[in-house]
Design a protein around this ligand. Sequence first.
Ligand code: MLT
Length: 241
Amino acid sequence: MKVELFLSPNSVDELHFTDRTVVVIDVLRATTSIISAMENGAGELIPVASIEFAMKMSNNLFGGKTLLAGERNGLKIDGFNLGNSPLEFTREVVNGKSIILFTTNGSKAIAKTKFSEQTMICSFTNISAVAELLLSTRKSVTLLCSGSQGLFSLEDTVCAGMLAEKLLQGEDEVNVSDSVKTALVLARKFGDNIGTMLKESEHGRYLMEKGFTDDLSYCAEVDRSSVVPIFLSNAIKAVTA
Ligand code: MLT
């Protein structure tokens, strides 16, 4: 099993994902919110790469079953039903609904993997379930951190390193790239206190300034979910481990 890692979507062409098993990580907060939505019964979630496309899609859907969700600069977009806080995607709000999601980095990173064989959505909240699913398929995997504005982000890289650690523990023959080795070092350094690492990260500090401190606590809850959302044919649906 080979494990490779891209620290930002900008460092890879979309064709690289063709027919691969991919894992996308955006701990703060897109992938954590998607896991929360799926855990709470959302029927499907469609990640999009622009606000205009999100609007256009929602105009073509009807029946009151579709919600528009997402953020710009961390805050809910005017005219959208929901922002991008995992705490907003409660069962009362999302059960049975289709959700169109636009976020600054995460939804774009997921949409970029549209040619993959399958893309798993990962965060600290479902990390063991993702590892279990990957180990059961035993296929080589490409990890993709959403990062921040095309750059590295600490929280996504630590999560990727923790996931790689679980794969190394679960399988004898794992061949990891240099970027995975780097992520493993960071996961070993910061993995024991995810809450503190998130609070000290750049985006974590920004979110706290905007009043989202409770989101950080939620995003730090390792393995609170056993749901693995899978992006396939342009939509995300849930698989329970
Ligand atoms: C993103 O995709 O950039 C985010 O998830 C930002 C956020 O909502 O905190």
